[in-house]
Design a protein around this ligand. Structure first.
Ligand code: GLN
Length: 386
């Protein structure tokens, strides 16, 4: 066989998704891949049933069905105050996964350097490598997951073309403060770099923390590609609806990448999702209340194990420090938890550039009863020991 592409040798398949497969094989509670076990809002399911009966079975406009783009522009404008033109400032993608890939390929040529914080969501390094770009990692230091301003400045000064920021952050649960973001904005300006934002958890932020949309910072609209998705906000991860929002000069290029990658997101799903984008403010308040409760329930369960864990400021992940359990690696711990305890998380090393094997990442986008059962299993299993 000829030599297949060498760039595929420097990263593995997603460990997050692999843990879902492992969980399915063992019938364990899957707190690995972040997706809900509860239904999306019933209005949305009804809208999908209606859309399926409608005339939406062929390709939508490549960069998004007009009604969906209008609703998305209006919703984004409502939350950010930015003026979004549905015809010029956005492209609809297959999830934020594609949105981030499109942003990377829009911003970077092969050989360009891209700053990626560590810990980071697995996809970013793979996105960079697939684009021919080179990820340059800057650590977020535990316990607060703060960056060292000098370290970050050095990474920019070494010639970064772009920086990737997940805010609220997966897996650390960090919500970047306005001051931190302003500092990054200053560096992006000084070193003329793009900012690739993954803001899929924009609506899951625990008080008193507050989400700042990066593109709203002074001067940042021009150099920011803001990626988002409907997956987490409306509990529809399987619908694969995401988007890039950016100025026209970037979107006109991003459309090309998107067009040749996937042509478009599913037409009937875009049609149905208009309903979600028109939900009133009370929907978002209730979503937040639900996640406040889930976070409290799950963290209480983890407290009962006696182990340390991170308290998320946003998103729905926590890193449980399993070092006292004495496993050789986090991977063997995650496998043991799946097999013997019946709860699956993601080995934390998958999110770190550094050799960090202390953590298992669990998510809590689950029904409270699922979280309680998982908590009981964890406490009993860890007490029993290996
Ligand atoms: N964001 C989710 C997680 O980190 C997974 C998303 C995905 O698998 N595409 O678990």
């Amino acid at each position: 066989m000829p030599q297949p592409a060498r760039r595929l040798e420097v990263f593995t398949e997603s460990v997050i998704r692999e843990m879902t497969r492992l969980s399915n094989r063992h019938g364990s509670i899957n707190l690995a891949q972040g997706f809900p076990d509860f239904d999306p809002p019933v209005e949305l399911v009804d809208a999908l049933a209606a859309a399926i009966r409608g005339p939406h079975h062929q390709y939508a406009v490549t960069w998004g069905a007009p009604r969906f783009r209008q609703a998305l522009a209006a919703k984004h404008q409502r939350f950010t105050g930015l003026e979004i033109d549905p015809d010029r400032h956005l492209v609809v993608t297959c999830g934020s996964t594609e949105a981030m890939m499109v942003s990377m390929m829009t911003a970077c040529d092969p050989g360009d350097k891209v700053i990626v914080f560590s810990p980071f969501y697995e996809n970013y390094a793979a996105d960079a490598i697939l684009s021919g770009a080179v990820p340059v990692h800057v650590p977020l230091h535990a316990p607060g997951f703060t960056f060292d301003p000098d370290e970050l400045r050095r990474a920019f000064a070494a010639g970064a073309k772009a920086i990737v920021i997940c805010n609220p952050a997966n897996p650390s649960g960090k919500v970047f403060t306005r001051e931190e973001l302003l500092f990054i904005a200053g560096l992006a300006e000084e070193f003329d770099a793009f900012v690739l934002m993954d803001e899929v958890y924009e609506h899951i932020v625990y008080a008193p923390h507050q989400h700042t949309y990066f593109a709203t910072l002074p001067g940042m609209w021009e150099r920011t590609l803001s990626c988002g998705s409907l997956s987490k906000t409306y509990s529809i991860t399987g619908w694969r609806l995401g988007h890039v929002i950016a100025p026209e000069a970037l979107i006109s290029r991003a459309r090309k990448v998107h067009d040749f990658l996937t042509v478009g997101a599913a037409a009937p799903l875009q049609e149905a999702a208009v309903t979600a984008l028109q939900f009133p403010d009370s929907y978002y308040a209730e979503l937040q209340r639900d996640y406040d409760r889930k976070r409290d329930v799950f963290l209480d369960c983890l407290r009962a194990t006696g182990l340390h864990f991170t308290e998320p400021q946003g998103a729905y992940y926590t890193l449980l420090d399993i070092s006292p359990l004495g496993f050789a690696t986090d991977t063997s711990a995650a496998e043991w938890l799946t097999r013997e305890v019946g709860v699956t998380g993601v080995p934390g090393s998958s999110f770190f550039r550094e050799p960090e094997h202390r953590y298992i990442r669990f998510h809590f986008a689950k029904k409270e009863e699922t979280l309680r059962t998982a908590g009981e299993k964890l406490t009993a299993g860890l007490r029993r020991g290996r």
